[in-house]
Design a protein. Structure first.
Length: 473
């Protein structure tokens, strides 16, 4: 016989315990209701028997006073033979020493009664011993008049009620136990697929997903949430592997080049060696820049800078960007125009947003100002709860097949241009840190970057504005 594991014991299941508790509450509720019903039922029957006994006693007592005890005996015989409640009626007339004078029952044991009013007596009627609920009074002659009802009917009702209640309690108890076991099995079956999937994921198979049923119940919604989490984990792991492979590929070449040049420097002297060492210094500085960019992207993706958020004046930020890059554009015969509607304010880190905009402007100038006549235009406005920024140029744009990958680390849309392929990755990380969005599109001619950032609470809102049309240069 196999040992029972803790997980297979019914009490170890929360579903079993929960269903059993609710079953116990249902049982307790039923017991309370049955008890109240029983007490009320007995009280009603007893009250009715007492009222009938008092009325019959008063009527017979009045008859004795009016017509005498001889007529009372006749009235008692008529009462017992009228066919109304004949099976349960009790009427007795005895003398002071409990000697039977008339009626249909005798008091057991034979004794003198000293207590009058409503009471219960052991009686013998038609050879059967039973309990009667009677009203007792003493007539002027000293004789005792006893009138009431047989309690066997009430006791029979009580017995039937108790048997029915006990049967109902047993049925509810069995249903609670069987329901608890069934509910536990149902929950275990629904949770088994989740446990199996998570076990496979823990063993390294990140492609596994929880099978979902058509029912939109709690387990289905939980499965949806876990599957979305697994999708994100798989995407992040693929991104980590891709970044690791890309870093290894992109750093191996410059490191190999530095190593070869260092070996060559051993055989050089004087001015040539100094020039080579200066070149190597620039190479190493470039590698340091790459690592700084990667560390910055990692820091941004972790959300560590979110605590430094404050209201950023977009108009002032763009004015600083224009002051910084307008001379650069003029040197190459290009123009840099900035148009801001109103005074939009974003909630974020001013240094990071300036860094992101500087990267975008540098890219635009790099491609649009390859020849005189290049144009770069920046438009900003607030639309509802979002700050809208569009940066447009009349450069060559990006090949459509490369457009989805331009924010990948170390990816360069134009490989002939210098750079490390980390600028737009950094911009993407900054935008995601600010809960914004970044979109790219080719124009005819040119290229457009559409940046959206959440507006700061209480920032000035412009009336609904028709966004500027795509530039036609």
């Amino acid at each position: 016989m196999s040992a029972v594991t803790p997980a297979s014991r019914p009490w170890s299941s929360m579903a079993f315990r929960l269903a059993l508790v609710y079953g116990g509450l249902l049982l307790l509720t039923m017991v309370v209701v049955l008890t109240v019903f029983y007490v009320q039922m007995v009280a009603v029957f007893s009250h009715r028997m007492d009222q009938e006994a008092k009325l019959d006693l008063q009527r017979l007592q009045q008859h004795a006073l009016q017509y005498g005890e001889a007529s009372l005996r006749t009235e008692i015989d008529r009462l017992l033979s009228d066919g109304v409640d004949s099976q349960t009626e009790i009427a007795i007339l005895t003398d002071a020493d409990n000697n039977f004078l008339a009626g249909n029952a005798r008091i057991l044991p034979r004794r003198t009664l000293n207590t009058f009013g409503l009471r219960e007596l052991r009686l013998e009627r038609h050879g059967r011993v039973m309990t009667g609920r009677v009203a007792v009074t003493q007539l002027p002659s000293g004789n005792l008049l006893i009138v009431g009802s047989d309690m066997d009917a009430l006791e029979d009702i009580e017995e039937r009620f108790m048997n029915a209640s006990l049967t109902a309690v047993v049925i509810v108890l069995l249903l609670a136990l069987s329901g608890s076991v069934g509910f536990r099995r149902l929950v275990d079956d629904r949770a088994a697929s989740i446990r199996q999937t998570m076990l496979q994921v823990a063993n390294g198979d990140l492609g596994q997903r929880i099978p979902l049923s058509a029912d939109n119940d709690e387990f289905t919604r939980l499965g949806h949430d876990i599957n979305r989490m697994l999708d994100q984990i798989e995407q992040l792991m693929d991104g980590v592997r891709h970044v690791s492979n890309t870093i290894a590929h992109n750093l191996r070449t410059p490191l190999t080049r530095v190593l070869l040049q260092l070996r060559s420097a051993r055989h050089l002297e004087g001015l040539e060696q100094q020039r080579l060492l200066e070149h190597l210094e620039q190479e190493v500085q470039g590698l340091g820049t790459v690592f700084d960019k990667l560390l910055q992207i990692a820091e941004l993706e972790s959300g560590m800078r979110r605590q430094e958020f404050a209201v950023v004046d977009i108009a002032g930020l763009l004015a600083d960007i224009a002051d910084l890059y307008a001379p650069v554009a003029e040197e190459t015969g290009c123009s840099l125009d900035v148009v801001v509607d109103g005074h939009p304010g974003a909630l974020g880190d001013g240094d990071l947003l300036a860094n992101a905009l500087a990267n975008l402007v540098e890219n635009a100038l790099k491609y649009a100002c390859t020849a005189p006549g290049g144009q770069v235009r920046i438009s900003a406005w607030q639309q509802g709860d979002m700050i809208e920024l569009r940066l447009q140029d009349n450069g060559p744009g990006v090949p459509p097949q490369r457009l989805p990958h331009i924010t990948d680390r170390f990816y360069r849309a134009h490989e002939h241009q210098p750079g490390h392929g980390l600028g737009l990755s950094s911009v993407q990380a900054i935008v995601q840190l600010h809960n914004g969005s970044l979109h790219f599109a080719n124009l005819t001619p040119g290229f457009e970057v559409h940046l959206r950032l959440p507006a700061a609470p209480g920032a000035e809102r412009s009336p609904p504005l028709t966004p500027p049309a795509s530039a036609s240069f």
